[in-house]
Design a protein. Structure first.
Length: 698
């Protein structure tokens, strides 16, 4: 056992120095995410660590031998602090020239459009960069990014990447809904360094002549448009064309929602997203196409140049997501080592080195789900694929190939499952069958699409190729949908918090160490992890059974209130909400609270008056009577919804109220007026669209 453990350390740990760097770097980034250390703390610690490493070399030999572990500790602290510093510096709010610190109500912004406009239900959405600010007739350079929504208007000018517009409107902060269990959109935008948004009418901006976009980006957009136009021309405009666009270049705007749901239900949504699989196929194809070149120094360099250009060109064309960048960096390292340096590095070191470089480039990748799943899947395959494959020796060639694919899917699923449960709270039971079906078919489709683009200038063969691809994609989508609709295809509403996720990984680590390295304490680690996971889940269940709350949800244009008592819930508000996508926010909240809407909660409702747990709520969605009652009606809360024509002073004449609640179904102008009145009258209020869902725990 000791020999095997020493051999493992020698083979994997010592041959992979970046593994020893990636751990403290991730620790520092995580620390900065939750504790936000300032420069006044980080810089002195970095200086002390560097000084300690330098002074250690000046110590006598016997002292250095006695304190042999000190350099490792100092290096860990140094790299961790550097991780904190990387995240601090990556936050654009800490950099000079950030537009928000320079913007005033009278300022004018010069914006450059960074991506083509995307059509939404009621607007066009795009991302812009702030290049300058005009204050008192003086232009000053600035930086930062905004989300911009343009209202749909027939007079809206044609806006493309690189166009510049002048706006005299102050951006608003991106807000989170605050609904329990909902997706934190504000945090998601913050990881992309976007903190503000703008809603613009045609009269709110002025388009400048010319275009200041990057030549490379314009070329990539033209290449993307060429791919999209030919795919739509020869495959059509239906769901099959949307799937073809997503498979080849990661364009997801035309994807059918039902198709995406089917792939999600079967656990193979990674097939739709551009991921490491696409880069692996491209890399393998390039190696096959370049194998005819003789083995010479200059030809090896030529191979490396061609492979790097194509790999990074494809990565940029598809949007350079975290998983694609991971594959691009990894294959770049392998290519340079193989064809330029003539050296082969440990695959674990290459994997850790690519993660280290990407985190130095953008430390926010550490909390990107795609980045995490991509690296965990590769690590899981490296650790467990051979172990799983050796469990079953099949003599048949085709049977062995099928088992290799199955072993690969099982290995990839092993380490990614805890993170998937944490983010998506569901588990697809038929993921293995779905992978064995969809991965080979999608591979054929991708190669077929490449051939289609090469022969697009020849209408007849391109037409036949497009016809074949259309029905192949149709068959794949139909098969995946059928799998997703089978009984017990998906386990939903799985609760898995951050603590349970950690315990699940400790369980996997303990079992792996026990089975693979015969390390007996690993079995004890797995045993303790199971109990910790069970206790954590039990505590959550107990908390859910004892909960009692009222939730006014932040759902624009709708009134939505849940009254929760233990595992039961009763809804009050607009029933039409459940017919729209906004209703999914309430379902997510109920899942996080482990409640069921089928069982009614005991509460009293008389028209617009609700009594629950001794508290009274009055809902006002229309004008009040003209006659003022002789005696005020006492209530704990007043909910104003659907823009009632009332003012706060009028309400004070009718009600004696503790707190006013402004629902998200009201206009921002009316809410602002109510807030001003409350400030003047020194009344308590809560604005749901500004502050998120209003949760009252009893």
């Amino acid at each position: 056992m000791q020999f095997e453990s020493t051999l493992f350390a020698a083979m994997y740990w010592k041959r992979a120095p970046f593994l020893r760097l990636i751990v403290p770097l991730l620790a520092g980034i995580t620390l900065q995410l939750y504790i936000s250390c300032s420069l006044f703390i980080l810089l002195p610690i970095i200086a002390v660590s560097i000084s300690g490493l330098l002074l250690f070399r000046l110590l006598p030999v016997q002292l250095r031998f006695a304190a042999a572990g000190l350099p490792g500790v100092l290096l860990f602290i140094l790299v961790s602090c550097c991780g904190c510093l990387l995240l601090y510096q990556a936050d654009i709010r800490h950099q000079s020239g950030f537009f928000d610190s320079m913007t005033k109500d009278s300022s004018t912004l010069l914006l450059r459009i960074e991506e083509p406009l995307q059509e939404k239900a009621r607007s066009f959405k795009t991302t812009v960069s702030v290049t300058a600010i005009n204050d008192h007739s003086k232009w000053m350079p600035a930086k930062g990014h905004l989300l911009v929504y343009f209202t749909k208007d027939s007079t809206l000018p044609c806006l493309a990447y690189g166009d510049e517009i002048i706006v005299s409107k102050r951006p608003e902060l991106i807000k989170n809904s605050g609904n329990p269990g909902s997706f934190d959109y504000r945090q998601y935008c913050a990881t992309q360094q976007i903190y503000h948004q703008l809603y613009l009418r045609v009269t709110d901006f002025h388009k400048l002549p010319g275009n200041s976009g990057s030549v490379l980006t314009r070329f990539l957009l033209q290449a993307r448009d060429y791919c999209l136009s030919n795919l739509k021309k020869y495959i059509g405009d239906g769901p099959e064309a949307g799937m073809a666009e997503a498979l080849l270049i990661g364009y997801r705007q035309d994807l059918d929602k039902d198709v995406v749901q089917s792939y999600s239900n079967t656990g193979i949504v990674h097939v739709i997203a551009i991921s490491g699989m696409h880069l692996a196929l491209l890399y393998g194809t390039l190696l096959w196409m370049l194998q005819w070149l003789p083995r010479r120094k200059w030809t090896d360099v030529l191979k490396a140049v061609v492979i790097l250009i194509v790999l990074w060109g494809f990565a940029l064309l598809t949007g350079a997501s975290a998983s694609v960048l991971r594959s691009a960096v990894m294959f770049s390292g392998i290519t340079i080592g193989r064809f330029v340096l003539g050296r082969y590095s440990s695959i674990y070191n290459t994997l850790a080195a690519s993660a280290f470089l990407l985190l130095c480039y953008n430390p926010y990748f550490a909390i990107d789900a795609g980045f995490q799943l991509s690296y965990l899947a590769v690590l899981s395959i490296l650790l467990f694929y051979q172990q799983i494959y050796r469990l079953w020796q099949i003599k048949s060639k085709w049977g062995d190939m099928l088992w290799q694919m199955a072993a690969l899917s099982l290995a990839a699923q092993l380490i990614t499952t805890p993170v998937s449960l944490f983010y998506f709270h569901q588990f697809p039971n038929y993921f293995l069958v779905a992978n064995l079906l969809a991965v080979p078919l999608s591979t054929v489709v991708i190669y077929g699409e490449v051939i289609l683009l090469f022969i697009a200038s020849f209408p007849l063969p391109a037409k036949w190729a497009g016809w074949g691809l259309k029905y192949l994609i149709l068959w794949m989508n139909t098969s995946v949908k059928w799998l997703g609709e089978l009984p017990y295809a998906l386990i939903k509403d799985i609760h898995c918090n951050i603590y349970q996720t950690v315990f699940l990984y400790l369980l996997i680590a303990g079992m792996a160490l026990w089975l693979m390295l015969k390390w007996r304490p690993g079995l004890w680690l797995a045993f303790v992890s199971v109990w910790c996971c069970a206790i954590t889940h039990a505590l959550w269940v107990i908390t859910c059974y004892t909960q009692s709350s009222m939730i006014v949800y932040n759902v624009p244009a709708y009134t939505a209130i849940d009254f929760v008592e233990g595992s039961q819930v009763q809804f009050a508000g607009d029933d039409s909400l459940w017919q729209h996508p906004a209703g999914q926010q309430l379902l997510a909240a109920r899942t996080s609270m482990r409640v069921h809407p089928a069982i009614p909660v005991t509460f009293q409702q008389y028209g617009k008056y609700i009594r629950f747990h001794g508290k009274q709520l009055v809902i006002i969605d229309s004008a009040l009577p003209k006659v003022v009652p002789g005696k005020k009606f006492y209530t704990d809360y007043i909910l104003l919804t659907h823009n009632p024509h009332v003012d706060i002073r009028q309400l004070k004449a009718f009600f004696d109220c503790n707190t006013f609640i402004f629902a998200a179904s009201n206009s921002s102008r009316r809410i602002q007026q109510w807030k001003s009145d409350c400030y003047v009258l020194t009344l308590r209020f809560f604005s749901v669209p500004d502050q998120g869902a209003y949760v009252i725990n009893f």
